[in-house]
Design a protein around this ligand. Structure first.
Ligand code: ADE
Length: 250
């Protein structure tokens, strides 16, 4: 287990990660905000080495796919034993996520939900993936971090952990900052400016120096809408629909 005794009474947000490469954890999460939060006991990490549940003298964890095809498939008996072991230290209702390019896309709503739970179990696959029977039997929720294929689930798991940990109370100094995050209100975030006021022949927009917080908020909201409409038609359509629905409710 990595992490220290919590400084507050709040129990840590518990991560149980299952992997063939335990040394990959905490990885980048040992640094910066997430690393400090781990040290402070705001979250904890337990890593299960899937290899130790492998079968035979060679601790075999994979076999070729039935029906033929390239690569290897992670065996259900090995995975089930690893999951059962890891589950012993987690509450019974812990969500079990299998990181997979075939999963439902991770978004800020999922991240927020997970940050409000007591923790999460993250199953990192390698090779071609897990035998379908263990996905179903262990009720794994398949989650993808994007439409591209990584060489394993570890980096995807760390992306998910990072996104959740920054939402945990006490991790970011100013918790209001989350309300401004991209996606929190369904739009991408507005552009940001800081000193110097003039840089490379370009000035900071006057409105941001006006001190008129109402007009600044309107300007930012309009910028957020314009950027979202230009870059992300999918989010823009959803946002427009949500505005229409709110109008109908009022
Ligand atoms: N494992 C391999 N590719 C992945 C992806 N895009 N998302 C989550 N897990 C993965």
């Amino acid at each position: 287990m990595t992490g220290q005794t919590p400084l507050s009474d709040t129990p840590p947000w518990k991560v149980s990660a299952l992997t063939l490469f335990p040394d990959m954890f905490p990885g980048v999460l040992g640094q910066s905000l997430a690393g400090k939060a781990l040290q402070a006991g705001i979250w904890s990490l337990e890593v299960t080495d899937i290899r130790s549940f492998g079968v035979g003298v060679h601790k075999k964890v994979d076999d070729p796919p039935f029906g033929g095809g390239p690569g290897m498939v992670m065996r259900p008996d090995v995975m089930a034993a690893a999951i059962d072991q890891a589950a012993k230290t987690m509450p019974a209702d812990t969500t079990r996520i299998y990181l997979s390019p075939r999963g439902k896309p991770m978004d800020q709503a999922l991240v927020r939900d997970l940050s409000q739970a007591s923790g999460v179990m993250l199953i990192c696959g390698r090779y071609e993936g897990l035998d379908q029977r263990v996905i179903e039997q262990a009720e794994l929720v398949e989650v993808s971090i994007g439409d591209y294929v990584l060489s394993g689930g570890e980096i995807a798991a760390q992306v998910l952990i990072d996104a959740v940990v920054r939402l945990l109370p006490g991790v970011m100094g100013n918790s209001d900052a989350h309300q401004q995050d991209s996606f929190e209100d369904g739009l991408l975030e507005h552009p940001l400016y800081t000193h110097p006021r003039q840089w490379a022949g370009t000035a900071v927009p006057d409105i941001l120096l006006s001190g008129d917080h109402g007009r600044i908020a309107d300007w930012r909201h309009n910028q957020a809408k314009a950027i979202t409409r230009e870059r992300r038609q999918d989010l823009w359509q959803k946002w427009c629909l949500s505005q229409d629905m709110n109008k109908n409710i009022d």
